[in-house]
Ligand binder design. Structure first.
Ligand code: EPZ
Length: 413
């Protein structure tokens, strides 16, 4: 797939953020923990969600689509998620915790690495072993088995979002109490805890460094609406600032985007926070800033590429350090093709601003790098073709129609 983007766009108007991809994926996995019917509302129709739903169906659950509502019922009928489907998205690994809890065993494909890093799973497996599972590897799969999981203390060497979520889901039906120490604080982790508790689970202090999970014997049905997508919101905020203009972004929790808001303010953008919206405008020059990505509530790694695209036209040099993933500068080479002046050394990039990037043909390498190129292309002079643009659509619902509604000119080729 390719996108053709006209440059020098000025974005004006209102845009609505969809429900969070990174909240929904673990919540859909956790629906397997329920012995009742789970209804999840406001599901974004994006590829990653479709793949997880296909996996739930393949596991034998009943999955009914009703516009943007999904009803999931039944229990997993086996413990081997489809290998080819799992390899298509890393988040499939989040099925491991629920399957271990419901079936007492699981055989799942090792999640592939991806453009941004090797994406290890050692912390997930450390948690499952601590809960009493025995783990073996064979043929590109992880095999885990446990008669009954038993609550325990698990210390995470790094506050991994996925490991925190996977261990929380396994612990929800374990015997006894589990403490996840040095847990991830991300809003998506808190939302997963809220979802599990809405089914009758007992997860407390999610959003702090130590999450306590009191295992229960079974979980019931629920109807749940996940949180808005803070990274989609941040992406549109940065797009509005990069292109200049005045955009009201609806369906936002301002608390979840504090770091992005702070850095945009430092760069000279104007931000007006409302109860569930944020208004972004920029009329003056872009000031350079220092960015270091950190686990929440630090500056989100998922916003790093988009912010770099914006800072390519700052009046001065910015410094960006990517401390979460080891290879998340894949967008740099593509921005250089557009005339950007960026030097990288290890996990640090120095971005020397120029007046305006120039349109050309570039390639999306991953979801957020693709979003960065879209921002760069809208702000650049001339036209840009973004190759492999499917990377963008897999994580942003209706992004082309949403941005064109604001005055962008983006076409699928
Ligand atoms: C989640 O990935 C998100 N994905 C990512 O968003 C996000 O970038 C990341 O959290 C960090 O915020 C989903 O929620 C589906 P991690 P996850 O485990 O859980 C290391 C996007 O663009 N680590 O917190 O895989 C790992 O190598 C995606 O929407 C271990 O060392 O992230 C990395 O350096 C990209 N061992 C760091 O932790 C482990 O067992 C953060 O990874 C697990 C992780």
């Amino acid at each position: 797939m390719k996108m053709l983007v006209s440059g020098s766009a000025r974005l004006q108007g209102q845009i609505v953020v969809s429900t969070s991809k990174n909240a929904i994926l673990p919540i859909l996995a956790a629906s397997m923990l329920s012995s009742g019917t789970v209804i999840v509302r406001q599901i974004p129709l994006i590829r990653d969600v479709h793949i997880i739903l296909a996996l739930l169906h393949q596991m034998g659950l009943k999955v009914d689509h009703d516009q943007d509502r999904i009803a999931i019922s039944g229990s997993p009928q086996h413990h081997v998620p489809d290998y080819e489907l799992c390899r298509q998205i890393r988040a499939s690994f989040l099925l491991m915790g629920p399957l271990l809890a419901r079936c007492g065993q699981v055989q799942i494909s090792l999640p592939g690495g991806c453009a941004i890093g090797t994406r290890p799973i050692d912390l997930h497996l450390k948690g499952f072993e601590a809960l009493g599972a025995s783990i073996t590897m064979s043929g590109g799969c992880v095999n885990a088995a446990a008669r009954r999981l038993t609550g325990t203390h698990v210390y995470l060497d790094f506050p991994s979002v996925g490991a925190t979520e996977n261990i929380m889901m396994a612990a929800a039906l374990a015997r006894g109490t589990t403490y996840i120490e040095n847990a991830a604080l991300e809003p998506e982790v808190v939302d997963l805890a809220g979802f599990i508790n809405s089914m009758g689970g007992r997860v407390s202090s999610a959003g702090s460094n130590v999450i306590k999970v009191d295992g229960v014997s079974s979980l019931g049905g629920t109807t749940y609406t996940p949180i808005p997508d803070r990274i989609e919101a941040g992406t549109y905020m940065v797009a509005a600032a990069a292109c200049g203009g005045d955009v009201l972004i609806n369906n936002v929790i301002p608390e979840h985007i504090k770091a992005t808001t702070a850095k945009l303010l430092e760069s000279g953008a104007k931000i007006e926070e409302q109860a569930d919206a944020v208004r972004v405008s920029r009329w003056q020059e872009i000031r350079p800033v220092y960015i270091k990505t950190l686990p929440y509530p630090g500056f989100p790694t998922d916003m790093q590429a988009q912010f770099m695209a914006y800072l390519c036209s700052a009046r001065g040099s910015s410094i960006i350090t990517e401390s979460v993933f080891e290879n998340r500068f894949m967008h740099v080479n593509q921005l250089l093709r557009m005339g950007a002046q960026i030097i990288t050394e290890g996990r640090t990039a120095v971005v020397r601003g120029i007046p305006q990037l120039s349109g050309t043909t570039v390639k999306a390498t991953d979801l957020r790098a693709g979003a960065a190129l879209l921002i760069a292309a809208m702000a650049a002079s001339g036209e840009t073709i973004i190759e492999e643009s499917e990377h963008i659509d897999r994580g942003y619902e209706n992004i082309v129609s949403k941005l064109n509604h604001l005055g962008a000119k983006i076409y699928y080729l």
